[in-house]
Design a protein around this ligand. Sequence first.
Ligand code: ADP
Ligand code: MG
Length: 884
Amino acid sequence: MNWYQLDAEKVEKKLHVTADRGLSGKQASERRKQYGENILEAKKNTSKWLIFLKQFQDFMVLVLLAATLIAGLLGEYVDAIAIMIIVLVNGFIGFFQEQKAENSLEKLKELSAPMANVLRNESWEKISSREVVVGDIVKVNSGDRIPADVRIIKSNGMETEESALTGESLPVTKHATAITKEDLDVQDQVNMGFMGTLVTRGSGVGIVVGTGMNTVMGQIASLMANTKKMVTPLEMKLAELGKILIVVALFLTILVVGLGVIQGHPMYEMFLAGVSLAVAAIPEGLPAIVTVALSLGVQRMIRKKALVRKLSAVETLGCASVICSDKTGTMTENQMTVKEIFLNGEYLYVSGDGYQTQGDFFLHREKVKRSFPNLETMLSYGMLCNNASIVVKKGKNYIDGDPTDGALLVAAKKLGMTEELGKKFRIIKEFPFDSDRKRMSVVVEDENQMRFLITKGAPDVLLPRSAFYMDKDSRKLLNKENKALIEGAINEMANKALRTIAIGMRSISNNVSLDSALLEDELTLIGLYGLMDPPRKEVKSAIRECKEAGIKTVMITGDHVNTARAIAENLQLLPPNGLVLEGHQLNRMSAEELSNVIEDTYVFARVTPEHKLKIVKAFQEKGHIVAMTGDGVNDAPAIKASDIGISMGVTGTDVTKEASSLILMDDNFATIKSAIQEGRNIYENIRKFIRYLLASNVGEILVMLFAMLLGMPLPLIPVQILWVNLVTDGLPAMALGLDKAEEDVMKRSPRNPREGIFSRGLGYKIISRGILIGIVTLIGFIITYQNNPDNLMFAQTTAFSTLVMAQLIHVFDCRSEHSVFARNPFENIYLVFAVISSLLLLLVVIYWPPLQPIFHTVSLSLRDWLLIIGLSAIPTVLFGFTKK
Ligand code: ADP
Ligand code: MG
């Protein structure tokens, strides 16, 4: 027997569940234990050992290990072991960095894992899809992915797209009745919903009959295991840069070695020094640090409620120059309250706030009663043509479902209406709401089997479909005059920033087919609702900050043009000469015409999701980097086409989330601003540590090169070079990755996505500081060597300390694009900690007797330190004054 052949009741019995209660928590956890989680493949882990070994596969490291081995064989045990240990420690650090990056990426994936709406213990809960078990009752709406294989027991115009399973991209209409035929193909099982397929329209409820690998999708899952690691453009750019740097470093090292040999240094000594220098100077760890910086930034974003789905978005965020944002729910609270009702040609005012069901109706300050003509009809229709419900949690009312629907329910309750209504009237057909149609209808049958249709939707959509309107006591033909009256009312409400909804109805004779779209015509307009949805408090200042940061904010909404304009003005989003465009105007515009006005347009009203794509393209055409938000199914194409697709964590559908690169966990516009700010900061931090690492490396190479050119002894020995690379490069560079943003980071204009890493003076800064670091180190070496010609170790210790100190001072310079004096050096506590620990390690290496022979160091006096500190401060302080 197949599931699709069984009646819903039989399925319930077989799976020991009732559709109106769902499983109990205990049942669910038992089943999860028995059948496992609802996931497709057991994830395969790369072995930790492999990741560890990978740290040593670098060519230069291998050469270094070989050279060390030779040194060991030649009897230089101390050097050999010291180098080995340093290489090992380096490997560990690389390993931990990679693990950290890996783990945070893993965590990210979990956070953005899909959720399912299930009935457990008689109440609807949102749980992670992986926790769904056989027997669960699940509810799906348009835009959701079906979390498991289900037998559908209720369908409201539910359609699904199953091309992943069948190759057929046309939507399939689903229903709930059993099918008697046997041996049906997947596409003919129209009362089944399959895991991973998409609900494109309507909604439905189903009983889970298969999870995990026991689903149709599970059977073909092995075909689609693609877990390729994504590389971001920046990582790619850096990999390219890395290759160039390797060539340059190798060339310079060979130069150093060649010169050394010509100047009479022993071949073997120069070889080991050269290899160590190459290892130190090649920034092989750069891509890993970048990944760590990116993923740490991603975690900071999560704390600010922005969930990055694609690492590359972090970079693009910093380039955003236009944000196209939905109004409803993103700029506003999505807390709708009916404030006004237009009925019989008069305005009623409704008191009460939020979703509290206490409130009254007033006409000219007089309270009106339930008997007020048509009021009860209008509110009860609003209640019937409705998919939301009020739930009480801790004494507070919340809306389960669309807040617009919720507001109408609350208004009906204020008049004292109850759910009893649903018993008198039976809903036999629903045409669901979507942003294209901008309306929703139900066909209702009353106790006498009389049928009628209720339509609720945007008034300017309903008005052309109406032939009559309801006056105080009778139905009247809709003529020019009262049409103008109603239009006036719509405009007046919208001007007050109210969202407008109209209610219409018509009777239907019992022999008319209910499938016809023509039903929503020749309506009798009953009245209008005016709903208030206050702007979110943080949005106004977020829009202002974006403006200062050179980012334009554009509002996009399906609402009435006047509502949109009123809210845009309230948020100071619309400048005095800014344009407002409507969907019907967009329809008539060619791409070129739109392109002419797009820079001056700030609000798009009464648009459908298709318009969004046109808007994104027009902005991109102008060279903008566009961030676009969306929540519904139809928003996915525009989100995909934009540079930064943003979806809603709370109200968003699975499709839009999958298409997006950023999810707002709180649906809040202000979160986009925070994410952009963080995106800019991360990029700046990456620039900071690239600057620090490369300037350090330039200094290291140059001091050796200069010494060889001048025919001097080696200023640094191999172990010292490797130590510098390990200690000064490691921790301080990481700490720069955690630096706070400079104050003016949101006062600069967006970064050009095509700009190179070294632009805006970074290349000059690296070279100039690097050269100076090399020079002061060499000066320290020469001065000490000339005063103590027979104590080379002393001179080397001085050079070693000067180099380390110069880098540790320079690291503070790297925090600012302006000047080292522009920032408080103690602000970044990680950096202070990193510098102090590097400093302590330096002292240990210099003063601790057991280490002295290993690092070829001697104890230094206070006078020596005065020289060292004086010299090492020069590169940073000097440039601090020139501000270049
Ligand atoms: P947005 O989300 O940008 O505010 P929508 O497409 O949701 O735009 O809504 C457009 C219009 O459709 C609204 O102005 C309102 O008149 C109408 N509308 C919104 N929600 C509903 C609903 N649940 N039922 C009927 N009509 C609705
Ligand atoms: Mg909406």
